[in-house]
Design a protein around this ligand. Structure first.
Ligand SMILES: [Zn+2]
Length: 773
């Protein structure tokens, strides 16, 4: 397939006569009833949802998402060791300060997964886990992992938050109300302990991140209010809003209403802030206070405009950073942030019914969420960066994200297909079978027949409609830039395409979305690079699929001509689902979906230089040495800038160098230095005394001679290296000479930095390479 120029064709209604021979994928049968009826709230919300999300047993996803959902359920949620999750409760304190969060997060994800799969053994495990967790509650209601003397100092309000969320989810879907007394006791203890009354503690002082970590207990406290009807829980929620606006609070609502960026709310910590906003929207649902919705939408708009990665990731170093400061590697894209961002979008989609939130859900789910999940579901990445390696891990120690990832996966079947006052809403194009109920209570079964994202043809078959009149809505995705030509699908103010008619059983409608390739030019720190997209999929270069395995020099170049991308069946190593594809660029280069990039441990990158760097590093095979031995001594000539050497030894030095000595003389005209890593206490070169220099030895024992400096190295001091180019320098910093030089040894020399610890200084090197031209 070539780049398709006539990308978007809405071909209108095809009557049920249409035979879909082309569709290789047949949707699985829906889970047969009886379907679960969630336990009703004692207090109904004040604001009713525009879109009704589904109980997960009513929507069975197959294809790409179905494969990943099954993998998460079978290989992660079912395999979890409950004794490990409860260890810190049974023998307080736990192995680390926030170990208490995992059981509640598991209960939330595993309950939704059980509802979706109907898996009997998972249900048994849930029942056992709940009984065992309840046994750990202390007589006064405390259900954290801390010793009495350390209560409410760190991450134990946080653990109560997740225990409430997990147990309330379990109660809602199993119908077993027994744990509600455990939840009430937790809620009562929080209400007694914290508040602005005499003798009460300040919630903002009971945890981290300007009070956003403990303040995020808002979400389950609203749910507890609705589940019990106890007014004091709602009053506690109002107290949390007041506490946020205290002088020591994060000022979440006021700053967002003032249109401040999310980086100026609290300390900018993304996971905790988004968790608070999910509570804010839950509270809006109960109170109808429009300011809460406005503040949340302002946050969403700010993130989308200024702080979102192309894959739907947000955060670097776990914070919302300054506008467009989106480094490609380092501690980028925490998976907890990915999942809470998904939750924020689901809340906004439910409340407003606007397709723009579904658009974000598609992007983040197909790219960043699946990109963080190991395809077999066993492991998750913590920081899943735009270039580097996937840091998959399967042990919970120190790994908040490992219990967050499955929560995101478990939510997919709640929003992929939904209903609204007009009828049926298709939010994701993934193949599915859904057993829905319209607003008037009448049942409608819907099948989505497609190989998406391997193919853009999406058919929707409506079964059992009993000749009723209602709408079927499908998202009109932004990635289809061409104007729609269909006459039958009408536009609607909420951003969906609509067919409203009286349906006959088995009737089918179709949308033909051509999956046009898009080259997205990079800006800011990614200027000179581009990302390649195929429909909603972000593609990446992966060294395991590059002949010669030279990711460093990999570019998109084709002499400035249009780039042609053709999908082909994925090789065995990337066959992560039945329709898996890789993409041939200009017939010679292979790109892979971000979700499948780096899954064999290989390096990958999303932002690809426009031009190839066609070169041979003349320093390959040289001997490496540094001015001082540090505590990281990975290779600086392995064509992998992510493996670094540092000179950190706790001492100060006036100068540092990283050197490569060749067995015989070589000739080079261009030298490239890849900065390694920056730390709080140094790692970069201090340029107040000049940019880092390149020096050579023309004879084996000759004197060092400076041939030039790395002029494109950013300006720094010994204390500060805020320039994103230092963590985003996949192109390296380069010295190009007028004429080639011949030498036996070369080194980069500079003044090391000390960051926040002036007692020492050090520098870091990723790679040093030299080229003949
Ligand atoms: Zn995390």
């Amino acid at each position: 397939m070539q780049i398709v120029s006539s990308a978007f064709a809405l071909t209108g209604v095809k009557e049920s006569m249409m035979i879909s021979l082309a569709l290789a994928v047949v949707a699985a049968l829906p889970r047969q009833g009886p379907y679960i009826v969630p336990v009703a709230d004692v207090v109904k919300p004040t604001v009713s949802d525009r879109q009704n999300f589904q109980v997960p047993d009513r929507v069975r996803l197959t294809g790409l998402l179905g494969t990943r959902i099954d993998a998460s359920t079978r290989n992660r949620l079912e395999k979890i060791d409950i004794d490990r999750l409860l260890e810190g409760y049974r023998k307080r304190p736990g192995r680390q300060s926030w170990d208490g969060e995992h059981i509640g997060k598991w209960l939330h994800a595993a309950t939704l997964a059980w509802v979706n799969s109907g898996d009997v053994s998972l249900r048994k495990k849930l029942d056992q886990a709940v009984v065992e967790l309840e046994k750990c509650q202390l007589p006064d209601g405390y259900l954290g992992t801390y010793l009495d003397k350390d209560r409410w100092t760190d991450w134990d309000v946080w653990a109560h938050k997740y225990n409430l969320l997990g147990l309330l989810t379990y109660i809602r879907y199993t119908g077993n109300r027994q744990p509600l007394s455990t939840c009430r006791k937790m809620g009562d203890l929080l209400c007694q302990t914290f508040g602005d009354g005499p003798g009460q503690r300040d919630l903002m002082k009971a945890g981290h991140h300007a009070g956003m970590a403990p303040g995020s207990v808002l979400e389950p406290m609203v749910l507890l209010y609705r589940a019990t009807g106890e007014a004091r829980y709602l009053e506690f929620c109002q107290y949390i809003l007041r506490a946020w606006e205290q002088p020591n609070g994060p000022h979440i609502i006021s700053r967002l209403l003032d249109r401040k960026g999310v980086n100026q709310v609290g300390n900018g910590k993304a996971y905790e802030m988004l968790s608070c906003l999910n509570g804010v929207l839950e509270l809006y649902r109960s109170t109808g206070d429009k300011r809460l919705l406005r503040a949340s939408i302002n946050a969403w708009e700010d993130v989308v405009k200024n702080r979102l990665y192309i894959t739907g990731a947000a955060s670097s170093y776990e914070l919302f950073q300054d506008d467009f400061n989106l480094p490609n590697n380092g501690n980028v894209g925490e998976t907890c942030v990915t999942v809470t961002w998904i939750q924020l979008n689901t809340q906004l989609l439910r409340l407003t019914g606007e397709a723009r939130f579904a658009e974000q859900l598609e992007s983040v789910s197909l790219n960043q969420l699946l990109g963080a999940q190991q395809p077999d579901g066993r492991a998750w990445g913590y920081y899943v960066q735009m270039e580097g390696r996937k840091p998959y891990s399967s042990t919970l120690d120190g790994h908040c994200c490992l219990s967050s990832g499955p929560r995101g996966i478990a939510l997919l079947s709640t929003f992929a297909v939904s209903t609204d006052p007009d009828g049926v809403v298709i939010n994701l194009f993934n193949p599915a079978v859904a057993h829905l109920k319209l607003r008037d209570g009448s049942p409608v079964d819907v099948e989505i027949l497609t190989r998406f994202p391997a193919d853009g043809r999406v058919q929707v078959r409506v079964n059992n409609p009993n000749r009723r009149t209602f709408a079927v809505k499908m998202r009109d995705p932004k990635w289809n830039a061409s104007p729609e030509s269909g006459q039958v699908w009408k536009g609607s103010p909420d951003g969906y395409r609509v067919i409203r008619k009286t349906w006959k059983s088995g009737e089918m409608v179709e949308m033909d979305l051509s999956l046009k390739t898009r080259i997205v030019k990079g800006d800011h720190a990614n200027a000179g690079k581009a990302a390649v997209m195929y429909g909603p999929l972000v593609l990446a270069a992966d060294e395991a699929l590059i002949s010669g395995a030279k990711l460093t020099g990999f570019g998109l170049s084709n002499g400035g001509k249009p780039r042609v991308v053709s999908p082909v069946a994925a090789p065995k190593s990337r066959k992560t689902w039945s329709g898996a594809e890789v993409y041939r660029l200009n017939k010679t280069k292979t790109l892979v979906p971000f979700a499948d990039a780096g899954i064999t441990g290989s390096r990958y990158k999303v932002w690809i230089p426009l031009e190839d760097v066609i070169t041979q590093n003349v320093l390959a095979g040289g001997r490496e040495s540094y001015s001082r031995a540090g505590n990281l001594a990975e290779s600086i000539s392995d064509d992998d800038p992510a493996t670094v050497a540092v000179t950190f030894n706790g001492q100060r030095a006036d100068e540092d160098w990283f050197q490569i000595t060749m067995p015989k003389a070589v000739t080079a005209k261009r030298f490239t230095f890849w900065h390694g890593r920056s730390f709080h206490d140094g790692g970069w070169f201090d340029t107040r005394f000049g940019k880092p220099k390149i020096q050579i030895r023309r004879t084996a024992d000759g004197p060092w001679e400076t041939v030039g400096e790395l002029a494109d190295y950013p300006v720094t001091t010994d204390r500060e290296a805020r320039d994103p180019r230092l963590v985003n320098n996949s192109a390296g910093f380069t010295l190009k000479l007028v004429a080639p030089v011949r030498f036996f040894a070369v080194r980069v020399v500079g003044v090391p930095s000390s960051g926040d610890n002036p007692a020492q200084n050090f520098s870091s090197c990723g790679d040093l390479q030299a080229f003949a031209k």
